[in-house]
Design a protein around this ligand. Structure first.
Ligand code: IPM
Ligand code: MG
Length: 368
């Protein structure tokens, strides 16, 4: 068999349930190496609280440079109560924010798909969510997460002031909106752009620039503007009205959690964070499950590895041009759910509850 060139994949398990779910991703990568004559070079590194404990730094330069050199980074989760009182620069989340910012991963794709096997796991009525397939495109390197000035400062009367800055430029808005329009082309041709243009200048600019790009380059796509609070409400009232939603960093953080929960479980949903292509056509990227580190269930072999496994499949599809292998993983996940296997988070009556590693093994058995 012909072997293709080695491709570096960096696994960053992180904290909490991160190591358990990423271990299942690693098993699948190793399976692909062995059975599909792929030649992934799998590296690992510490990020988040576990890195802080060892190096007093949530991400060391060594790990950061490994990320720069990899074709795709797959991250588990970071954070936990143990590190909650650290100063900002040392907190586990800083590792994530640094990777996003410095790898220039400005477009965060967060699908909210309702798996047919799990329609009943949602807190909404089945008819509202069955067949749901939304893609949220969240801006990831700008807005209030990174704006300057920022800080906590003393003011008069012994009071303090906490300050963050929300700002966006034309080009920041255009590049993320372009990703949304391009995705819509391959889906249902519909983009909803969300902001708070009724109260914020940055929201007015957002709305105007998304519209301007649309009128210039994407006339055939249906574009709707919606205030972010209305969008939060509409997601619960009638989520199937949406196809692609594009929004800023903060609203995207909130709306994507909401959209994900419509589908019944955070344990199923992957995400991709994509940068621009360089002159060699190479794009930096990072893939993560959308769930957090879930410290309450860490180390108990109960976490759902599906979100991480589907993050790997997104990596194969978006960064490594391996659509066939990505489809293989996606359908293996479907088959395992069809068989009635469930981790605790999506367990319901008459199904079979399994742990993290059994779920991973079952998915591998369906790859064959
Ligand atoms: C997310 C998370 C992060 C964010 C945290 C962990 C910094 O909530 O990826 O949605 O706020 O972006
Ligand atoms: Mg979030």
């Amino acid at each position: 068999m012909i072997k293709v060139k080695k491709r570096k994949i960096l696994l960053l398990p992180g904290d909490g349930i991160g190591p358990e779910v990423i271990a299942e991703v690693k098993k699948i990568l190793e399976w692909l190496n062995k059975n599909k004559s792929l030649d992934f070079e799998i590296e690992e590194g510490l990020v988040g609280g576990i890195s802080y404990d060892k190096h007093k730094n949530p991400i060391t330069d060594e790990v950061f440079y490994k990320a720069l050199e990899s074709e795709a980074v797959i991250l588990g989760a970071v954070g936990g109560p143990k590190w909650d009182n650290l100063e900002f620069a040392k907190r586990p989340e800083r590792a994530l924010l640094k990777l996003r910012k410095e790898l220039k991963l400005f477009a965060n794709l967060r699908p909210a798909i309702c798996f047919k096997q799990l329609v009943d796991a949602s807190s909404l009525k089945p008819e509202i969510i069955s067949g749901l397939d939304i893609m949220i495109v969240r801006e990831l390197t700008g807005g209030i997460y990174f704006g300057e000035p920022r800080g906590i400062m003393p003011i008069e009367n012994g009071e303090r002031k906490g300050l963050n800055t929300h700002s966006y430029t034309t080009s920041e808005i255009h590049r993320v909106a372009r990703v949304a329009f391009e995705l819509a082309k391959k889906r249902k041709n519909k983009v909803t752009s969300c902001e708070k243009s009724n109260v914020m200048e940055a929201g007015v600019l957002w709305k105007e620039e998304v519209q301007a790009l649309h009128d210039k380059e994407f006339k055939k796509i249906e574009l709707k503007h919606m205030l972010a609070d209305n969008c939060a409400m509409q997601l619960l009232r009638d989520p199937k009205q949406f196809d692609v939603i594009v929004t800023d960093n903060l609203f995207g953080d909130i709306l994507s959690d909401e959209a994900a929960m419509l589908t019944g479980s955070l344990g199923l949903l992957p995400s991709a964070s994509l940068g621009t292509k360089d002159k060699n056509g190479k794009m930096r990227s990072m893939y993560e499950p959308i769930h957090g580190s879930a410290p309450d269930i860490a180390g108990k072999n109960v976490a759902n590895p599906i979100a991480s496994i589907l993050s790997l499949s997104m990596a194969l599809r978006y960064s490594l041009d391996l659509d066939t292998e990505a489809n293989l993983i996606d359908s293996a996940v479907q088959k395992v759910l069809d068989d009635g296997l469930r981790t605790k988070d999506i367990m319901s009556s008459e199904k079979k509850e399994v742990g993290t590693s059994v779920m991973g093994d079952a998915i591998i058995s369906k790859l064959k």
